[in-house]
Design a protein around this ligand. Structure first.
Ligand SMILES: Nc1nc2c(ncn2[C@@H]2O[C@H](COP(=O)(O)OP(=O)(O)OP(=O)(O)O)[C@@H](O)[C@H]2O)c(=O)[nH]1
Ligand SMILES: [Mg+2]
Length: 307
């Protein structure tokens, strides 16, 4: 187990290498050979942070603290700048390190939403594997009836991790599938159900209406459900994921975020903007396509892997 954990950390570190280069190496270069923190250095730092997808607002938040400490003479040495930023980033991320507890309800109902291709179905398969390893019974619900291959894709994951999939024909009303799924889970005494939904562009009104309806059915059939509305965001889309999150949150209410595709992107800094600007718990991160490429989010591991 410890070895396996180390394996994930190493892969996270590898995955974040480009982000590390764009951010940490740049900070090192800026600081090298300079003693004092002056306006020039701060301006260059601002650019480095923004181009690493940390975003304008979060960059300003980070630099405000730096400037204040410089003014108060609490931060004079350029060498300490990196440490200050690392600590601030850890602080921001640790605020949203809040895993959910599956024992809060039975069945615990997770609705997975997001733009097309962000990794919803893959993340569901990986989560099912994690929950099963914790001894939970899991049922998957194929409420993405929009794309023909979507049901099949979920079934493949179901076979792989060993859990049943509730489905109807392609084109069926997603709410009807969810209705079936919830009742099947109740009668079988299932611990967790995970609902896969379609991912059209978030700007399409229909999708939002469909998701609202799915949510209403769950609420109606089980008070307190859905217990988790998990938004899947693709790290490679950078700043765009912030506006996606705002739209989904407004429409259906998001209780947790999964950030996928952190492997190999230079835009990993987006996680800091997401954490700082959205104030929604970060539940999991994905670093690859395979079943064991998902982990509960750890702020400590992330910052260590990045720096
Ligand atoms: N590199 C990498 N690829 C991933 C990760 N998560 C998912 N993918 C890949 O992203 C692609 C899309 O994943 P899906 O799970 O089908 O995405 P989706 O959100 O369900 O897509 P739609 O159902 O079309 O909306 C697949 O090729 C996945 O293997 C990840 O963490 N890293
Ligand atoms: Mg899908």
């Amino acid at each position: 187990m410890a070895e396996e954990k180390k394996g994930f950390f190493q892969r996270l570190k590898q995955g974040l290498f480009k982000t590390h280069q764009g951010l940490v190496n740049k900070i090192d270069q800026l600081v090298a050979g300079r003693k004092k923190i002056d306006a020039d250095l701060l301006a260059e730092l601002e650019e480095a942070l923004i181009t690493s997808d940390i975003g304008v607002r979060t960059t300003q938040d980070l630099l405000r603290d730096v400037s204040l400490k410089v003014q108060r003479k609490e931060l004079e040495d350029a060498d300490l700048l990196k440490k200050n930023l690392q600590e601030q980033m850890y602080h921001i991320l640790s605020q949203q390190e809040k895993p959910f507890s599956l024992s809060a309800a039975r069945p615990f109902v997770i609705m997975v939403i997001g733009v097309n291709g962000t990794g919803k179905t893959t993340t569901i398969g990986k989560m099912a594997q994690i929950f099963k390893a914790q001894g939970k019974s899991v049922l998957l619900v194929a409420a993405d009836t929009f794309r023909a291959a979507a049901i099949e894709q979920l079934e493949i994951w179901g076979q792989r991790v060993g859990c049943d999939v509730i489905k109807q024909k392609s084109g069926a009303d997603p709410s009807a599938v969810v209705f079936d799924g919830l009742h099947a889970a109740k009668s079988r005494g299932i611990d967790v159900i995970i609902v896969d939904t379609a991912g059209r562009l978030h700007t399409k009104v229909n999708l939002m209406e469909e998701l609202k309806k799915v949510r209403r059915i769950l609420e109606r059939e089980m008070p307190g459900a859905p217990h988790e509305v998990l938004l899947v965001l693709d790290a490679t889309t950078g700043q765009n994921s912030i506006s996606q999150a705002k739209m989904f949150h407004q429409a259906v209410g998001v209780t947790g975020i999964v950030l996928t595709k952190l492997d190999g992107t230079a835009k990993g800094g987006i996680i800091i903007a997401i954490s700082n600007e959205l104030k929604i718990p970060l539940r999991y991160i994905g670093i690859g396509e395979k079943v064991d490429d998902l982990r509960e989010f750890s702020a400590r591991d992330f910052v260590e892997a990045l720096f």
